[in-house]
Design a protein around this ligand. Structure first.
Ligand SMILES: [Zn+2]
Ligand SMILES: [Zn+2]
Length: 332
């Protein structure tokens, strides 16, 4: 049997179907996974809520031989629009139960259509982002308004929860960092890990601080990498990029990458105290004329690295004229 050319679905392991869904921005594809458990099927992540993505998903179900009502459980790795964006339409289509970590549910609200709050604007300003930039970049809610249809989850996910998909068992492994309630979906018997955005083969996921309440996401991310490194895994099914095998090698690479990036940022603030925005421009090779869609996330990532080093006792921050400046921590 030949598949229609436009349908992108592939059985990557017996019973594990990778569906490639289009995204209207980079990365241009998100992989979601359809798991055949015999008496029922499960879906891990949903893609973004666009007409092209929904069409691709429906065609893929036909090719995989899975009528929508066979999908009884929709389990999402995290709340981002490319993962959780079509959860409500598919919850309705399949009459399936939706699973999401409660810390992710709290974040869904930040994607509701709304203007940026005064606290957010003040946070950006204090960290050095030039005020004239704000108006040119829409808030999350404004940007995602039409591409995000989040479900009200039926079940909160917790670390090490076991969920049956027919005869198979999925274990949720809480991996905060890229987002606070991100979970890797681990199939212990099959030695398969569906890793969401946590352990991507080609790119590093965004790990950033966007408010004063964000804690230490880079520290969390590094700990979550080590946690996944301890699992017995033969096949890694990522949300972006190709299926791969040596997950421990990738864990090591990502830890080294962030260690190096922290060192670069420490060297930058050694010259003179700087705001996170100034450090970001230099560390990421940007200028104030670079696209704001690069300058903003670079600043948030920089903050995550500076904060992790502060907790390690390598940096400290202080305020001058309502600006937060960073410098190396020296013995006083
Ligand atoms: Zn994500
Ligand atoms: Zn993603």
């Amino acid at each position: 049997m030949t598949e229609p050319a436009e349908v992108k679905v592939r059985e990557v392991l017996p019973g594990f179907h990778l569906i490639y869904l289009p995204l209207p921005m980079r990365p241009t594809i998100v992989n979601v996974y359809l798991v055949d458990g015999g008496s029922e099927w499960g879906l891990i992540d949903t893609g973004m809520y666009t007409a092209e993505s929904v069409k691709a998903f429906r065609s893929a179900l036909d090719v995989a031989g899975c009528p929508p009502e066979k999908i009884r459980k929709i389990i999402c790795t995290h709340h981002h629009p490319d993962h959780f964006g079509t959860s409500r339409p598919y919850q309705e289509l399949c009459h399936a139960e939706v699973f999401l970590h409660p810390l992710e549910l709290a974040r869904v609200a930040s994607f509701r259509a709304q203007a940026r709050s005064p606290e957010t604007v003040r946070f950006f300003e204090r960290n050095g982002i030039p005020i004239e930039s704000f108006a040119k970049v829409p808030s999350l809610g404004e940007f995602w308004r039409n591409m995000y249809a989040p479900a009200q989850p039926d079940h909160p996910l917790a670390d090490r929860d076991r969920i049956a998909i027919g005869e198979r068992t999925l274990e949720a492994v809480w991996t905060p960092g890229h987002s606070p309630g991100h979970c890797v979906m681990y199939f212990r018997s099959e030695k398969v890990a569906v890793v969401g955005d946590h352990l991507l083969p080609k790119i590093t996921p965004h790990v950033g601080i966007v408010s004063d309440d964000d804690g230490d996401p880079l520290g969390d991310f590094l700990a979550s990498l080590r946690k996944v490194g301890e699992l017995d895994v033969e096949t890694v099914l990522p949300a972006h990029g190709p299926v791969y095998h040596d997950h421990r090698k990738r864990v090591t690479q990502l830890i080294e990458f962030h260690d190096y990036r922290m060192q670069v940022m420490l060297d930058i603030v050694r010259g003179r105290p700087r705001t996170a925005y100034d450090v970001a421009l230099e560390a990421f090779d940007l200028t104030p004329q670079s696209p704001l869609q690069q300058q903003f996330p670079a600043t948030f990532e920089t903050l995550a690295h500076l904060e992790q080093m502060r907790l390690q006792g390598r940096t400290e921050k202080f305020e001058v004229d309502d600006r937060v400046l960073w410098r190396p921590k020296t013995a006083h």
